[in-house]
Design a protein around this ligand. Structure first.
Ligand code: GCW
Length: 840
């Protein structure tokens, strides 16, 4: 909480800087981009002509929401108190479906093509009065129009006169949550589930309503609330009333409830001895179940299915296909206009890694392409954007171009599983745009992915964009305040994939932080740079995120992908790196339409950023950039880490322009990220130096003259420990304190007298809280508790973090001593310290 005094100071600073009225601490959380902060007087002037009365034609929960949202937004932003009127007797804001508008304003000529959920914002005379009309063929569309209008006001855009139609690109714009019934979230990084707690739906669904509001504001019209690794109980008869409670909360926002189901439910929940999709008893079971769901939730959206994947039951147990499995459930849903999302994330995770022809990337296309045309019309095959699994860089999945007679949806990941887990800044719309804009050249025609998803290319009845969101109880939904831009960006792209990442970043920044140009410029620039920066220090040239594949998917784990069946191989050895996916290798490139296949088949035409995804090359191979592969690995990791440090400086430059608590929260995360980027950089560079034997031309890798290794210090109580894998600790080792009381590591300072900045690199596990103190001679200069919740129970790349001590005056001969007191399972582990002369 910001104290009253701080609000005062902040307010003055913001006014001096020409910003908005002071933001309140609570503004930075639950309302996300829907803060409706009061606009400056000069900006309010623009909206003088907005009518003071509002007429809502019709009555329904969604229309009432639209009405109250408009009232709330205009009151807060421009101080307008709207009065409700029954009919148009004066200048008015008019909300209603097209049919109602036609009756009320027969003279108005609505646009001919207003697709479902699309809306029309128009200023026009009705009965001689100037009106501002928000209309759509659906009620939900009216709500979307209200949000669009309010967004314009918040960003200071003119809204009168206006005549604008906005149409969603795809019919289904859904988010998936991977929430478990016990309240945890698989790959969730923002606290507990907003839906479930201890096996039941939460008693208090306030956050669910707030989430639905956010979703509606960006045009998301469906939400699957539970993990695709589904607990069969989710559709147990006894659970349905609980689901209905969530649907009731979603409904006023036009968000349809959906759930993930376990394909073996007929066996697990029913009394059947089979879940064979072709068994009539199984079909009957699904029909009865679905009917029961619709009795309680008439607007239920449908199901998501993960089957035959990562140990989930599936149709392969009965020799049936995904189409067999999908259609039996889809048939039951079709009677109620429900849809079935069948995930194409089906692969064998026990692949023989010794066989160079094996390739997990092939799986989705190999399995689903032959089934094209065999899925019913209310089935959508849900395809991850890349052929592997949400890596920082992957080529577009060839399956997106491999289904012509089947509805398809793309699955993007808002939760940053492989992209920094909301501890690192990584704005993903930049990546998503590249994917959505990518032209697959299906049948030699222009076929960007976004057009395929819109269902336009092959005239499909449905198309979808799905984002795995995994918001949690964290007050700002995703943990990192800047990560919220990914949720916003997903919705905006699902609605209009033609928007640029720049526009989305700027919209979000304005809505979240206000219209201070300096803030807008700074935050937008940070967001737009961040994906490339993250990619730069985590995984080169399409070799994928070189993370711990077998565990957290968070810190560096370069070799963890190799010699196991998971198939995320990069095949680095002492001579070269990369997977040969051409015709001489696994043949994966051959799954693309010809133009793309040709591009990737040939090493010279493959873009550098995907080189190692498609080709195995020697480290000395020259990229288009002119650099050798190995030098690129070194340079990109050093540049990436430097740019991560730059984020800290960029953020510091807007210190007094954003609310203080938010400022500090983001700063802490960016400083952590800058430190962790160095952990990544060093792990990857050292590993490749050792593996290739080729030194860094610029002599940086393996040379850290400013570093003093803990194992080289004078140790009292501390003992040297090996860290595995070795590259995740500087020098391969650190020290740990196996005693119950304090241990110390000390050394004598022998450099010039002046002021230094000291980084203490230590390991912060989540199974204990060690205490650290730092002394210069007898003077204590810092102390802290290692109580972060990093995803690690031992010292390594996930837990490695740093404490920065600035402005440290040192003289030659000073003794620097670090004292560590273990707590729980954590043995106050230390890696090194680094001392740099202060620049200030
Ligand atoms: O990326 C992997 C994740 C799993 C996830 C799976 C999937 C829900 O590591 O946690 O399971 O993908 O998408 O099904």
């Amino acid at each position: 909480m910001i104290r009253r005094m701080e609000i005062g100071i902040l307010g003055v600073l913001l006014l001096v800087s020409g910003g908005l009225e002071p933001l309140r601490a609570e503004d930075t959380g639950g309302d996300a981009w829907l803060r409706y902060a009061p606009l400056e007087t000069a900006v309010r002037e623009k909206y003088k002509s907005i009518p003071a009365s509002m007429v809502v034609l019709g009555d329904s929960p969604v229309l009432r929401t639209a009405q109250s949202e408009m009232t709330r937004g205009l009151r807060r932003m421009i101080g307008r108190r709207l009065t409700d009127a029954k009919s148009i007797q004066e200048r008015a804001i008019v909300l209603g479906r097209l049919a109602a508008i036609r009756d009320a304003a027969p003279g108005l000529a609505p646009p001919a093509t207003l697709a479902a959920d699309g809306f029309w914002l128009v200023t026009a005379q009705v009965r001689g009065f100037d009106c501002l009309i928000v209309t759509s063929s659906t009620e939900r569309g009216v709500l979307y129009g209200v949000f669009a209008l309010l967004s314009k006001v918040a960003r200071g855009e003119m809204i009168a006169p206006i005549n604008q139609v906005q149409q969603p690109a795809a019919t289904l714009r859904w988010v998936d949550q991977w929430d478990n019934l016990n309240g945890t979230i698989e790959r969730g990084y923002a606290g507990a589930s907003i839906f479930f707690e201890k096996g039941s739906v939460r008693a208090d669904l306030t956050r669910v309503g707030e989430y639905a509001r956010l979703l509606a504001s960006i045009g998301v019209n469906g939400c699957t609330i539970n993990n695709v690794n589904a607990d069969p109980r989710i559709i147990d008869d006894s659970f349905l009333p609980q689901l209905a409670r969530i649907a009731d909360v979603f409904r006023p926002w036009g968000v349809q409830l959906a759930v993930s189901v376990d394909l073996s439910s007929p066996e697990a929940l029913g009394n059947l001895d089979s879940f064979d999709p072709l068994d009539p008893r199984v079909a009957a079971w699904w029909r009865t179940k679905v009917d029961k769901i619709y009795q309680q939730i008439p607007d239920f959206g449908g199901f998501v299915v993960k089957a035959d994947s990562e140990g989930r039951p599936g149709p392969s147990s009965y020799g049936r296909t995904p189409a067999d499995a999908a259609n039996v459930i889809a048939l039951a849903l079709r009677l109620h206009r429900g849809v079935l999302f069948y995930r194409a994330f089906v692969y064998d995770h026990h692949l023989d890694w010794r066989n160079s022809k094996n390739d997990r990337a092939r799986a989705a296309y190999d399995i689903f392409h032959p089934l094209d045309g065999r899925f019913d019309d209310n089935v959508i095959v849900q395809i991850k954007y890349g052929p592997i699994d949400f890596q920082a860089r992957e080529p577009v999945s060839p399956l997106l171009g491999g289904l012509e007679k089947t509805n398809e949806g793309i699955e993007l990941q808002i939760t940053q599983e492989y992209t920094g887990q909301q501890r690192h800044l990584c704005f993903l719309p930049t990546m998503w745009k590249e994917i959505l804009d990518f032209d697959l050249h299906v049948n030699g025609e222009r076929t960007p992915v976004k057009a395929l998803l819109a269902g336009k290319v092959f005239h499909r009845p449905a198309g979808a964009l799905v984002g795995v969101a995994n918001v949690g109880m964290s007050s700002n939904w995703l943990g990192h305040p800047l990560a919220v831009a990914n949720l916003y960006g997903f919705g905006r792209l699902a609605w209009d994939p033609n928007l640029s990442a720049e526009v989305i970043a700027e919209e979000w920044t304005r809505l979240t932080f206000g219209n201070d140009d300096v803030v807008v410029k700074t935050v937008t620039a940070m967001l737009l740079a961040s994906w490339h920066v993250y990619e730069g220090y985590t995984g080169p040239l399409g070799a994928q995120t070189l993370t711990d594949i077998l565990g957290s998917h968070y810190g560096p784990g370069i070799d963890s992908s190799e010699r196991n069946g998971w198939g995320q191989w990069h095949r680095a050895d002492h001579q070269g790196i990369g997977m040969d996916r051409t015709a001489t290798g696994t043949g994966f490139a051959g799954q693309y339409p010809r133009a793309i296949r040709d591009l990737y088949e040939t090493v010279q035409t493959t873009p550098d950023e995907l080189l190692l995804f498609f080709h195995h090359v020697p480290y000395t191979y020259r990229l288009h950039s002119g650099k050798s592969v190995i030098q690129h690995v070194y340079d990109s990791h050093y540049e990436g880490a430097e740019q991560a440090a730059e984020f800290v400086r960029q953020w510091q430059s807007i210190e007094h322009r954003v609310p203080n608590e938010l400022y500090k929260n983001v700063l802490t995360r960016l400083e952590y990220q800058a430190g962790h980027a160095i952990v990544w950089r060093d792990a990857i560079c050292n590993w490749f130096l050792r593996t290739s034997g080729i030194p860094d031309e610029r002599g940086r890798v393996g040379n850290h003259p400013e570093r003093i290794e803990a194992e080289a210090m004078q140790l009292k109580g501390y003992t040297v420990m090996e860290v595995t894998p070795w590259e995740n600790a500087s020098g391969g080792t650190g020290v740990e304190c196996a005693k119950a009381s304090a241990c110390t590591a000390s050394f004598r300072f022998d450099r010039a007298a002046r002021t230094y900045e000291m980084d203490v690199q230590y390991f912060d596990q989540n199974n204990g809280e060690s205490k650290f103190r730092v002394f210069v001679g007898n003077r204590q200069v810092d102390d802290w508790v290692a109580n972060d919740r990093l995803p690690a129970t031992r010292p390594g790349g996930d837990s490695s973090t740093r404490r920065r001590i600035s402005g440290l005056a040192l003289r030659p001969g000073d003794e620097i001593r670090i004292e560590g007191i273990p707590g729980g399972e954590e043995r106050a582990p230390l890696d090194y310290i680094e001392l740099r002369a202060s620049t200030e």
